[in-house]
Design a protein around this ligand. Structure first.
Ligand code: ZN
Ligand code: ZN
Ligand code: FE
Length: 745
C-alpha cells in the first residue's frame, strides 16, 4: 500500500512562535516525511505517511503556548516517491506580509535556565527563545528577521548560532536570542538594584517597551517622593510582586484575575486592595483598587530572586516574597514613555535617583497593557505591550482604512482584508511629543502592514489634532477622508469585534463626544446599523457651568443640579469654593453653560452631590471613587423619568443631596442600571431588536457593566461589550475604521 500525502494550509498566529520546529518534532514522532514552509498568508505543510491523522490532532492539541490556529485547509495530494525526511524549507519572499508577533513574558523553560547554574544562560537578563521574549518592541521592519531588529547589532556567538540553526532546538530561528558572551548587557547587577530599592531610592529601569520608574511599594517615603517628582498627584500606581502568593497578601484575587495575571502576556490587572495590606497609602489615594502585575522579563525575576538572597533553582518562585515594587511608566508630563538611554538621562534625571539601562535598543515604544475582569471576561483599559500588533478579526473584508482615533487615550487603526490592526496606546494628543509618537505609529503600521489606505477616517470634532492630521494627509495624498460620529464609532468598535452585522440597539455612555449640530453628547441611545445610525434618545441635557472646567470640577455639575431643581440659593452654603458666587451668576443668566447629554458628567454630578470629590485630579477620578464606594446597588423607585425617549435621572439626583456617600453610591448605581434597562426595554419593544451594544468609557465601571449586562441578559437580550479593544476612546479608531470601511464598500 502506498503512503498517503496531504497538503495543509494553516492560518493564525503561526510565525515567529516556534511553529515550524514544532511541526518538525511531530513529523518525527509520527514517522512522517514532507516539509513545512512560511509564506505571506501563514504556513503550508505537506506530510506523507500512515499517521497523518495523529499528526493533525497533535498539531491542534499540543500547540506551542504563543501559537494560535485560526483555520486548517486539508487536501489529498499525490505521494512523493523518494522522500524520507521532514524538512523546514526556506521561507517564500511573500512572507514579508506576515505580521510581527507581540512580545511575550519569559517562558517556563527559559525561567528554569535562568536559575540553573549548569545552563549557559545562568542569570543572564536577556535570555529568550521562540516561546518568549521581545518581538514587536525590537522590530524595525518586516520581514521579522534578526537583521530587522535591534538585535542586529549583536553578532551571534558559535554556540548561539548552532542553536539558531538547529530545527530541533527551542531557539531555532529565535530572532532575538542572545547569551552572556554575545548579547546585550545590563548596567547594574540585580543585587545592587535591590540594595538601592531597599534603601528607598527611586530607580528608572529600562524594560521591554520603555523605562519604568520603580521604588519599594512598602516604603511610604519613597512612594510619596515619586508622586511629587513625577507630579502625578493621585493616579494609582501599579504594583509588581514575585508571584500570586505574594500578590494575594496585597489584593483580593478571583480565578479569572489570577489566570489573566499569569497569562504569557502578563498584563497589569486591576484588583481590590486587601484591608491591612502593608503598602504605602500613596499607591492609590482614595481608591479601593489598583493595578497589579507579575514579573515578565528575566530582569524582573532576577530582582525578586536577589531580594530573597539569590537561591538557585525555581523553588523560591513558589514562596511568598516580601518585595513589592511600584512599577509605573516613565512618561513625565503626560508625554510618551521614555525609551532611549540618552533620553532617559535627560528626562528622568530629576525624577529617578538611579538609572538602570542596557544596550538593546527599544525600537517601538509600548506601555504595559491594563485589563480588568468585568462580567466574567477580561476587558482592556489600555491595550499595548504583548497584545499589539495582533489583529482583531472583522466580520468580513472591507477596503483598507486608516482610522486616526480621537483626542484622549488615542490609538490608531489600520485594516487589511478582514483584519483590523489597532495600535498600542499612544496617549492624549495634547503635546508635541505625543503628536510625534502618533505620526511615527501611523507610518510604522502602514509600513509594516504594507497597506495603502483607500480612505482615512477621523472623529467629527474639527479641532482634534487627529482630525486635522487626517485631513492634511487626505489632501497631500489625494485620499478621501470621512468623519465618523464619536458614539457611533464607540458602538462600531463593539459590533466589529463581536461580528454583529445586523441592526442593534446601541447605548454609548462616556465623557464627551461631538454630536450633530455642534452638540456635546455622551449618553446616547442609538439604532446602530453598521454604516449608519439613528439617535433614538439621550440623557436629559445638563448645564455644564464653565464648559470644560466642569469636566474637572464635579462640584460644578452638582451646583447645576441644584439650579435645575430651583434650589440655586443653597449652592453657596453647600459648595464653599472661591468662585461659587460667579458660578451662580453663570447658572442664573445661562452664560458659559453649554448643555451636555454626557453620562460622565452625570457621574460627576452624583459624586459632587455626595461630597465624594469636589475637584478631580484626573479624568474619571470622581466616577472611579464613586464606584469604589458601592457595596450593593439599590434601586430608587420613581428615581427616573423617560419622556420622548429622553432619560432623566433628576429625582435620583435630588435624593442624593441628603444621602451619605455609601448609601448614595449604592442608590446611584442601582437606579442607573434599572433606568437604563427600562429605557432599553421600551426601545426594544418599538424596534423589535433584541441585540444591545454597550460602548464608551463609562463601561469601565464594573458595577455598571456587570449590573446592566446581568439585567439585560436575564430578560433575554444578547448584550455585547468590548473585549479585544478598550471600551473607552482607546477603541474609537477600531469603530471608525469599521464604519468607514462599510460606507466605502
Ligand atoms: Zn523562552
Ligand atoms: Zn551567544
Ligand atoms: Fe468617548
Amino acid at each position: 500500500m502506498s503512503p498517503t500525502r496531504q497538503h495543509l494550509e494553516i492560518t493564525g498566529l503561526v510565525q515567529g512562535v516556534g511553529f515550524r520546529p514544532f511541526c518538525h518534532r511531530l513529523a518525527q514522532r509520527f514517522a512522517l516525511s514532507g516539509w513545512v514552509l512560511n509564506h505571506g498568508g501563514g504556513v503550508s505543510i505537506e506530510i506523507q505517511g500512515r499517521r497523518i491523522d495523529d499528526f493533525i490532532s497533535a498539531l491542534k492539541s499540543e500547540l506551542p503556548p504563543l501559537a494560535r490556529i485560526d483555520s486548517i485547509e486539508q487536501k489529498d495530494v499525490p505521494p512523493e516517491v523518494n522522500e524520507s525526511e521532514f524538512l523546514i524549507r526556506e521561507s517564500l519572499q511573500s512572507a514579508v506580509t506576515a505580521a510581527i508577533p507581540p512580545d511575550s513574558s519569559v517562558c517556563p523553560d527559559c525561567l528554569r535556565e535562568l536559575f540553573d547554574p549548569a545552563s549557559r544562560y545562568y542569570r543572564y537578563p536577556f535570555l529568550n527563545c521562540t516561546q518568549c521574549g521581545p518581538r514587536y518592541t525590537v522590530t524595525r521592519a518586516l520581514p521579522y528577521d534578526r537583521a530587522n531588529t535591534s538585535m542586529a547589532a549583536f553578532k551571534l556567538c558559535p554556540a548561539c548560532q548552532a542553536e539558531y540553526d538547529d530545527p530541533t532546538n527551542r531557539r531555532f530561528h529565535a530572532q532575538p536570542t542572545a547569551c552572556p558572551s554575545c548579547g546585550p548587557r545590563l548596567s547594574m547587577s540585580a543585587d545592587e538594584i535591590v540594595h538601592r530599592l531597599r534603601d528607598g531610592e527611586i530607580l528608572a529601569i529600562k524594560g521591554l517597551g520603555g523605562f519604568h520608574l520603580v521604588c519599594d511599594a512598602r516604603n511610604h517615603d519613597a512612594v510619596a517622593r515619586l508622586r511629587i517628582r513625577k507630579q502625578r498627584e493621585a493616579k494609582p500606581f501599579a504594583v509588581m510582586a514575585a508571584n500570586l502568593a505574594s500578590l494575594e497578601t496585597l489584593v483580593e484575587l478571583d480565578d479569572p484575575t489570577r489566570a489573566l495575571l499569569e497569562s504569557p502576556q502578563r498584563p497589569i490587572v486591576l484588583a481590590k486592595q486587601r484591608s491591612g495590606a502593608k503598602l504605602s497609602p500613596a499607591i492609590a489615594p482614595g481608591l479601593d483598587s489598583f493595578g497589579v502585575v507579575l514579573p515578565y522579563t528575566p530582569l524582573h525575576y532576577l530582582i525578586f530572586n536577589a531580594a530573597v538572597g539569590n537561591p538557585d533553582g525555581t523553588e523560591w518562585l513558589q514562596e511568598t516574597n516580601d518585595l513589592a515594587l511600584v512599577m509605573t511608566s516613565a512618561n513625565p508630563g503626560g508625554e510618551p514613555l521614555v525609551i532611549g538611554n540618552d533620553e532617559a538621562r535627560e528626562r528622568l534625571g530629576s525624577i529617578a535617583d538611579t538609572l538602570v539601562d542596557h544596550d538593546r535598543d527599544i525600537v517601538c515604544r509600548c506601555d504595559d497593557s491594563v485589563l480588568r475582569i468585568t462580567a466574567g471576561k477580561a476587558r482592556f483599559i489600555r491595550r499595548a505591550r504583548s497584545y499589539v500588533p495582533e489583529a482583531i478579526k472583522l466580520p468580513h473584508e472591507i477596503p483598507s482604512v486608516l482610522a486616526v482615533g480621537g483626542h484622549l487615550k488615542n490609538t490608531i487603526c489600520v485594516t487589511r482584508g478582514d483584519r483590523a490592526y489597532l495600535s498600542q496606546h499612544i496617549g492624549s494628543l495634547d503635546n508635541r511629543a505625543t503628536y510625534a509618537f502618533f505620526e511615527e505609529i501611523v507610518q510604522h503600521l502602514l509600513d509594516t502592514l504594507q497597506v495603502k489606505p483607500a480612505i482615512v477616517a477621523h472623529d467629527l470634532h474639527p479641532d482634534f489634532f487627529s482630525t486635522r492630521y487626517a485631513q492634511e494627509l487626505g489632501l497631500k495624498q489625494r485620499l478621501p477622508t470621512m468623519a465618523v460620529q464619536h458614539h457611533h464609532a464607540h458602538l462600531g468598535a463593539v459590533a466589529a469585534e463581536h461580528g454583529v452585522t445586523e441592526a442593534a440597539i446601541g447605548l454609548a455612555l462616556d465623557g464627551f463626544g461631538l454630536g450633530e449640530n455642534n452638540e456635546s453628547w455622551g449618553g446616547e441611545l442609538m439604532l446602530f446599523d453598521g454604516a449608519e445610525y439613528q439617535r433614538l434618545g439621550h440623557l436629559a441635557p445638563m448645564k455644564q457651568p464653565g464648559a470644560d472646567r466642569a469636566a474637572r470640577e464635579p462640584w460644578r455639575m452638582a451646583a447645576a443640579v441644584y439650579d435645575r431643581l430651583g434650589r440655586g440659593e443653597e449652592i453657596e452654603r453647600r459648595f464653599p469654593q472661591t468662585d461659587t458666587a460667579l458660578l451662580r451668576q453663570m447658572l442664573s443668566k445661562n452664560l458659559n453653560c453649554p448643555a451636555t447629554s454626557s453620562a460622565g458628567r452625570l457621574f460627576d454630578a452624583a459624586a459632587g452631590l455626595l461630597g465624594v470629590k469636589a475637584v478631580s485630579d484626573y479624568e474619571g477620578q470622581a466616577a472611579m471613587m464613586l464606584e469604589g464606594l458601592t457595596e450593593t446597588p439599590e434601586t430608587m423607585t420613581h428615581g427616573w423619568r423617560i419622556e420622548d425617549n429622553r432619560l432623566d435621572l433628576l429625582p435620583l439626583l435630588e435624593r442624593l443631596i441628603d444621602c451619605d456617600p455609601v448609601t448614595g453610591a449604592n442608590l446611584f448605581h442601582g437606579t442607573l442600571i434599572a433606568a437604563l434597562t427600562d429605557w432599553i426595554e421600551q426601545t426594544a419593544e418599538e424596534t423589535k431588536i433584541k441585540t444591545v451594544l454597550l460602548g464608551g468609557g463609562c463601561f469601565l465601571n464594573q458595577v455598571l457593566s456587570s449590573g446592566l449586562m446581568n439585567e439585560l441578559t436575564a430578560k433575554g437580550y444578547t448584550v455585547k461589550l468590548s473585549q479585544q479593544a478598550p471600551c473607552n476612546d482607546g477603541g474609537l479608531s477600531l469603530g471608525q475604521a469599521w464604519i468607514a470601511g462599510l460606507r466605502r464598500r
